[in-house]
Design a protein around this ligand. Sequence first.
Ligand code: HEC
Ligand code: HEC
Ligand code: HEC
Ligand code: HEC
Ligand code: HEC
Length: 442
Amino acid sequence: MKNLFKLFSVLVAAGFLFASCEGPMGPAGKDGANGADGADGQDANETCKECHTPDVVDAIAVQFELSKHSYGEVDFEEAGNTGCTPCHASEAFKYVCANNIPSTFVKGSNGKYANQYVATPATALGELTCSTCHSSLHTTYAGTDFSPLTNTAAVSMTMWAGAKSINIASDGGMGNLCVKCHQPRPLTTSSTLTDGRVVDYDSLKTYPAITFYDNVVGNRAPNKVVPSYRTHVHYGTVGAIYAGIGGVEFPGSLAYESSPHTATASCQDCHMASISGRAGGHTFNVKGNFNGCNTTNCHTGLSSSSDLWTATRSSVKTLLDQLAAKINEVGGATPILHTETDPEANLWAGNTTGNWDGYLNIYDPSSNPGGAWKNPGNTNSYTQAQKDINNALPTFPSLTNGIMGAMINFQMCLREYSLGIHNTKYTKALLTNTLETLNAPV
Ligand code: HEC
Ligand code: HEC
Ligand code: HEC
Ligand code: HEC
Ligand code: HEC
């Protein structure tokens, strides 16, 4: 408004200037009749109301409070970290999307590889809010500003250093918004013992019997990865499992195919279905809400007691249990996988009988002080007491390529959360073929 007044007074002033170029002023004439009222101008407040109403922004903001996007704290904890924030902080996410930052690894002048998928120090911050996903809010101030979404393009997988990509094509690629963040992270080799490049997952698959980590050699070359509590592909494995791309695909009896969800549904169909309880809409939760399943062209009467739900989940749970047992055999009587029953600490508690969380049970003074296995890595930063605890523990076993690939696949299939609902066929193929590989006589 203020600007309009300013503009108006500028025009009036210009009119006077122009008038002053004519000859001397005559006597003032009689006042003319009042002109007709002008048409109403466009009032900014009206377009604000396309969104700022109780049933649009206000209602959605209330739903959003129930979303971990809103109440999660990693955006705060990792602020300033350019490697973590592309998925955890708003400005960093918008930066990697807008600038199409690649997920390739590039060799530096020091001979070491570095992941290109990073934000800048200036953008490595910001809570996840409406504008994280709705990138044009408050640009034209019209109701249409909810489009476009920040990313709908195919997602180059950071786990694979860009060698594979995911495209959830239905609904205009809306699922690619989610997958951009909900994707696994790369398992990298040590930049001290070797060049820091991504682990060659294909060699894990092709040569399963070869030694990957030799415990006699320990923290020295030619070992390329020294196992630790956090030897993992992070939390967002659902994007890869959903798309049916990116596991360590050991050959075996089941084909690597995807179930119908992959091509016909998209993340928001189930996760943003109509609200029920504390799920649906912008809570992004799905637990207990079957509204997304029971829609035209999908399912009818599906619930948590349907066979499709219970049988799928129990068969995947059995496969996860079997694979965990096989991985744990490497440790003899002591499991090498880490277990945690507290659902606050283990987001997958209950999804396996052993409550595994995908981490390794290796001693770490801060992350895993109760670890059962000696940390084979660098312990220079430990206190003497911590070194003593570590040294008293048994030596972590050697690992074959097959076991390393199995651990990745176990993490992928456990951490997709749904026990096979996202993509039953791909999950079962990964787990079954991995078990077949490990059970094959060497
Ligand atoms: C396309 C929908 C849309 C339109 C149109 C729109 N807004 Fe917003 N506005 C939003 C959203 C979404 C938020 C964030 C709400 C939240 O985070 O809870 C917001 C937040 C705000 C805030 C709070 C900012 C803050 O930092 O907390 C103000 C003030 C605001 N809008 C003013 C306006 C005004 C004035 C107009 C009209 C000139 C307008 N908006 C038009 C969607 C819109
Ligand atoms: C900017 C990155 C980003 C985008 C885009 C994104 N998410 Fe998330 N999402 C996260 C992060 C990070 C968390 C965990 C936050 C935390 O714990 O601090 C999360 C949490 C969640 C959770 C809760 C998980 C739990 O442990 O309870 C669900 C469900 C979810 N997201 C679904 C989606 C869906 C569906 C979409 C697409 C419509 C989406 N997300 C888009 C980053 C993203
Ligand atoms: C490629 C995207 C991506 C990157 C990069 C990333 N994360 Fe995450 N992270 C996620 C997603 C997605 C989730 C939430 C998964 C869920 O809950 O389903 C998550 C979850 C987490 C959690 C668990 C939060 C909880 O709710 O319990 C922590 C802690 C975390 N990340 C830390 C980090 C740190 C530290 C870094 C950097 C070293 C990092 N992340 C880098 C995608 C990423
Ligand atoms: C994690 C990503 C994400 C976040 C954060 C997010 N949205 Fe959305 N929003 C979406 C997606 C995806 C859709 C499209 C859903 C569909 O079409 O099924 C959507 C749709 C909408 C729509 C309907 C748009 C239309 O054109 O009809 C509105 C309104 C909306 N969001 C408002 C908000 C508000 C307000 C906030 C913050 C409180 C918010 N969104 C936060 C992803 C997000
Ligand atoms: C066919 C429906 C469906 C689709 C489509 C779907 N999900 Fe899920 N999702 C589920 C179910 C079911 C669960 C498990 C809920 C439970 O434990 O009860 C789940 C769990 C999750 C979780 C863990 C949080 C939670 O609430 O348990 C995340 C994160 C997630 N999905 C992300 C995604 C992403 C990202 C996509 C798209 C790539 C996606 N989902 C597509 C049904 C779906």
